[in-house]
Design a protein around this ligand. Structure first.
Ligand code: SF4
Ligand code: SF4
Length: 175
């Protein structure tokens, strides 16, 4: 969960020095700092279909049954690996192998040496900006994996996730 104490420390530290993700190598980032890199967009909790020719994963608008449709937060967070055996923990060790994470994922962004965007809660100080910017499935048409009819999977395929989420990103809060 998002740690308000950590947020305050980050805001204070930015007055004096670069934030931790700019000055620390991945291995020196603390567990709490690492957790705070997740923007809570929830995109990785949607099912993927792997292209059999290229091996490339494509997202769908089918949510994990444990993802709350209203908040896009996991209702089983503290028990998630038992609740869903396909649920994978993102770590400093495996981040570079997890090619399925979206471009805007905070973990992926930092691991690739890019900077966080304005809508990331660590920049904005507001956990809702990820939704306000349109970088989540909030207010988009989604369906639970429990409600899918066998054979209908392709109906929910998102051909180009970057285009779906990231081409019309609002420039700043309120725009
Ligand atoms: S169980 Fe895992 S995949 Fe499902 S909503 Fe929770 S964190 Fe996401
Ligand atoms: S895609 Fe990345 S930033 Fe978004 S919820 Fe998953 S781990 Fe967190």
């Amino acid at each position: 969960m998002y740690d308000s104490g950590l947020k305050a420390r980050i805001l204070l530290s930015t007055l004096h020095e670069k934030p931790f993700w700019k000055r620390k190598p991945l291995n020196d980032i603390t567990e709490a700092e690492w957790e705070s890199l997740c923007s809570r967009c929830g995109i990785c909790c949607f099912q993927r279909i792997t292209d059999l020719k290229t091996g490339e994963p494509h997202y769908t608008s089918i949510r994990c049954r444990h993802l709350n449709a209203a908040t896009l937060q996991c209702d089983a967070y503290h028990n998630r690996f038992d609740a869903n055996h396909g649920c994978e923990k993102v770590t400093r060790e495996n981040i570079r192998q997890l090619k399925q994470l979206p471009d805007g994922c905070g973990y992926r962004t930092i691991a690739e040496g890019r900077d966080l965007k304005w809508w990331h809660p660590l920049i904005s100080g507001d956990p809702d900006t990820v939704h306000q910017a349109g970088i989540s499935f909030l207010d988009k048409e989604i369906i639970s994996e429990d409600d899918i009819i066998a054979g209908d999977l392709m109906k929910y395929l998102i051909v180009n996730l970057s285009k779906y989420f990231f081409t019309n990103v609002k420039k700043e809060r309120g725009n």
